[in-house]
Design a protein around this ligand. Structure first.
Ligand SMILES: C[S@@+](CC[C@H](N)C(=O)[O-])C[C@H]1O[C@@H](n2cnc3c(N)ncnc32)[C@H](O)[C@@H]1O
Length: 231
């Protein structure tokens, strides 16, 4: 029998740790995340987000899973007065939010919150966007719950940007995790189950494959379906 290598044991340990304590991973990572040249990079989907969001009228915009404030900073410079909305970011990691505060100061509101229980009243923001956050939820039910919160808190719609499996891959999907931290979810099926309408979509191929969706909110008819599906 082949004995496991030290690298193999370490990799297994890391995967288990990430699986069992996802928030602790972000708390630890928040201290160095902003200094990582790849993670603080400018991605093609950022331009798509800017073009899609800044052409919509909004008085209030929310980012869910804002991390170190990379996108809040980018977008705040894209809007010009008098059309600049009030912008708020939430994240469930204190250390990521501290990094965001160092970059952004007090300009956007920042709050500690889990994506599946947003601390806002219904329809508080015309548009919400989320980039690379829902892909870190480890169950399909949690992703459904987060989509339900986006539908509740948005007044007009939301923009969803998440990693998806490479096109044509035969990975065990949905739910496959390439690294124990990000998961591939079937967003289009999840959105349809939530009664949402996909208004526009794009895919970008960077090192990862990334799906981008502009999502319209459920109508009163489809919200009945939503309640049944989420039970
Ligand atoms: C890959 S980073 C993306 C950060 C930022 N959106 C960006 O594009 O630079 C993922 C972020 O989602 C946050 N996150 C993961 N799960 C979350 C959850 N359940 N609720 C709120 N934030 C979460 C992490 O703390 C982390 O800051």
């Amino acid at each position: 029998m082949k004995l496991p290598t030290l690298a193999g044991i370490r990799s297994l340990y890391n995967r288990l740790w990430r699986y069992r304590r996802p928030r602790a991973v972000w708390e630890a990572w928040g201290r160095s995340y902003a200094a990582d040249p790849y993670l603080s990079k400018h991605f093609p989907q950022d331009d798509w987000l800017r073009e899609t969001l800044t052409t919509r009228r909004a008085e209030r915009v929310l980012e869910v899973g804002c991390g170190t404030g990379r996108l809040l900073d980018f977008l705040l410079h894209a809007w010009t007065n008098p059309h600049r909305p009030r912008v708020v970011g939430v994240d469930f990691s204190r250390s990521m939010l501290s990094a965001a505060r160092r970059v952004l100061g007090q300009s956007p509101g920042l709050a500690l919150s889990d994506a599946i229980a947003l601390p806002f009243q219904s329809k508080s923001f015309q548009w919400i966007y989320t980039h690379g956050c829902l892909m870190h939820l480890r169950t399909r039910g949690a992703v459904s719950g987060a989509l339900r919160e986006l539908c509740r808190v948005a007044a007009d719609g939301f923009l969803l940007i998440e990693e998806t499996p490479p096109v044509g891959s035969e990975l065990p999907y949905p739910g496959f995790t390439p690294n124990g931290l990000a998961y591939y979810w079937d967003y289009e099926a999840l959105l349809s189950e939530a009664g949402c309408r996909v208004l526009e979509q794009r895919h970008f191929r960077n090192i990862e494959t990334v799906g981008c969706w502009v999502v319209g909110l459920p109508t009163p008819d489809s919200s009945t379906r939503t309640r049944i599906n989420f039970r």
